[in-house]
Write a new protein. Structure first.
Length: 93
């Protein structure tokens, strides 16, 4: 469904940002004993504590906003290039 796709896009996009940041920090500051892998585990663990709940919250909020846009502005959305040829009734809620 559209809501699931919107949720996953927002949630996974948020998590990908912090995974990338963890990789960059691990590369810049490798652990003295365990090297890159140990540092990645540490940074990833720290980010996971805060970013997983935030990613879920962001995904849910994005679904709410997306549903509101579709419900109240369906006609305007069909003027966007990626929806130009579709009818307003075909937009799933």
């Amino acid at each position: 469904s559209l809501a699931l796709c919107v949720f996953l896009a927002a949630c996974l996009g948020d998590l990908a940002t912090y995974l990338t940041t963890s990789i960059q920090l691990a590369w810049a500051f490798p652990d003295a004993v365990g090297g890159f892998a140990a540092s990645l585990a540490k940074f990833g663990g720290i980010f996971a504590l805060t970013q997983i709940p935030l990613a879920i919250s962001e995904g849910l909020l994005t679904v709410l906003v997306s549903n509101a846009l579709i419900r109240f502005n369906a006609e305007e959305l069909h003027h966007l290039p990626f929806l130009a040829g579709q009818k307003a009734a075909r937009v799933p809620v």
